[in-house]
Write a protein that binds this ligand. Structure first.
Ligand SMILES: *Cc1c(COP(=O)(O)O)cnc(C)c1O
Length: 379
């Protein structure tokens, strides 16, 4: 199946006694046993058909062997890392990862006696140089937040395989519609299902997809630690994913149009979007992505005060935290995701006070550009 077809049809579970077209919400936490399948079903085991359906759908979309949905993106990330790492091991992380992931590494992973190296670039050579005898995992994101840096996935996977290191990527920003890292040799994909997969800014979920040899232990860790996804959220996640293909396609188109509009605007100093030929990651993105995504950033050429006025003067584009929904929202990374850094550290990472991260929705692009114009006139 192609991607939009897979978004609709993969994974769904039909109750053959009732003939409903959608996966039922099975509310039971007690299941008859023994039963014909002799299967012990229990919500925390994430083996209820309502939970299996979104897991199978994301697995099919990513092209993996097994997929598991969990209670949040960080639930999925922590279960994955704790499955692959033990005290005495070493892991390599990209710098500037999603803030919650950085906190997980600093507050939990290192506390368990797992040594870490943070690589400040997206250059594969720097990751290879960081690999030690006890390195078990390389963990990356691409494109990154908020400057949309791009990692060469094929090259990264090749280097990791050469050294026997497992690669994990957070594919939240791209979604499997635009990027399927497993096709490029990456071992395990994690997601915040809260973002594009669900797509309607109304639930919290996570997902892991990978080969059976890792998913077996990841499923066991999830059972031990317990971040299960409840039935309502599982159902809503599967429902949301049915429109993933069409939503992301629209978001790609809107983001491309907006990035071109902003790039020629006199009040905009710089636009970061991997679809623009001027973006440093454009060539690699073009090679490994089917679309450039709905995430972009731009720096306004004005004071912080003016930038805040811009953000508050549009009709329907609003400042809000999170991303990947149907509505266009913006954040100031200096005040949100990167507020824990000093102003000097932010400058070194290229994050100015007037940098705006934009999560482009599925509205009509003419309306989006008109609304942006309204805000830009206030500067
Ligand atoms: C939101 C997000 C996460 C964390 O997901 P939660 O569902 O909030 O736990 C991880 N990675 C990225 C890239 C995200 O945007």
């Amino acid at each position: 199946m192609r991607k939009s077809t897979a978004s609709v049809h993969e994974g769904g579970y039909r109750d053959k006694n009732v003939y409903g077209i959608n996966t039922p919400i099975y509310r039971s936490s007690a299941f008859l046993f023994p039963n014909a399948e002799n299967l012990i079903r229990y919500p925390r085991y994430t083996n209820i058909p309502t939970q299996d359906a979104p897991g199978k759908k994301i697995c099919a979309l990513e092209g993996g062997e097994d997929g598991l949905v969990l209670a949040s993106g960080l639930g999925a990330i922590s279960v994955t890392l704790l499955s692959l790492l033990a005290p005495g091991d070493h892991a390599v992380f990209q710098s500037g990862l999603y803030g919650g992931t950085q906190h997980l590494v600093a507050n939990q992973i290192e506390r368990l006696g797992i040594k870490t190296t943070i690589v400040p670039t997206t250059n594969v050579k720097d990751y290879e140089a960081a690999i030690k005898k006890n390195t078990k995992v390389i963990y990356i994101e691409s494109p990154t937040n908020p400057l949309l840096d791009v990692v060469d996935l094929k090259a990264m996977a090749k280097v990791a395989k050469k050294h026997g290191v497992v690669t994990v990527i957070d594919n939240t920003f791209a979604s499997p519609i635009n990027q399927r890292p497993i096709e490029h040799g990456i071992d395990i994909v994690v997601h915040s299902g809260t973002k594009y997969l669900n797509g309607h800014s109304d639930l919290c979920a996570g997902a892991v997809v990978g080969p059976k040899k890792y998913m077996g232990v990841i499923r066991k860790t999830a059972m031990d630690m317990g971040p299960t996804l409840d039935m309502e959220a599982s159902y809503m996640l599967e429902r949301g994913m049915k429109t993933l293909g069409i939503r992301v396609q629209r978001q790609n188109e809107n983001a491309m149009a907006i990035s071109e509009f902003l790039q020629q605007h006199p009040k905009v100093r710089k636009v970061y979007y991997p679809g623009l030929p001027s973006h440093p990651g454009h060539k690699i993105a073009k090679k490994q992505m089917d679309g450039f995504g709905g995430m972009m950033s731009f720096e306004l050429d004005c004071s912080l005060k003016s930038a805040l006025r811009f953000a508050d003067s549009m009709e329907f584009i609003s400042p809000a935290i999170s991303l990947g929904g149907v509505e266009t929202i913006l954040t100031f990374p200096a005040q949100t995701s990167h507020s824990y850094l000093s102003a000097k550290e932010r400058r070194a990472q290229g994050i100015s006070d007037t940098l705006i991260r934009f999560s482009v929705g599925i509205e009509d692009k003419e309306d989006l550009i008109a609304d942006l114009g309204k805000g830009l006139r206030k500067i």
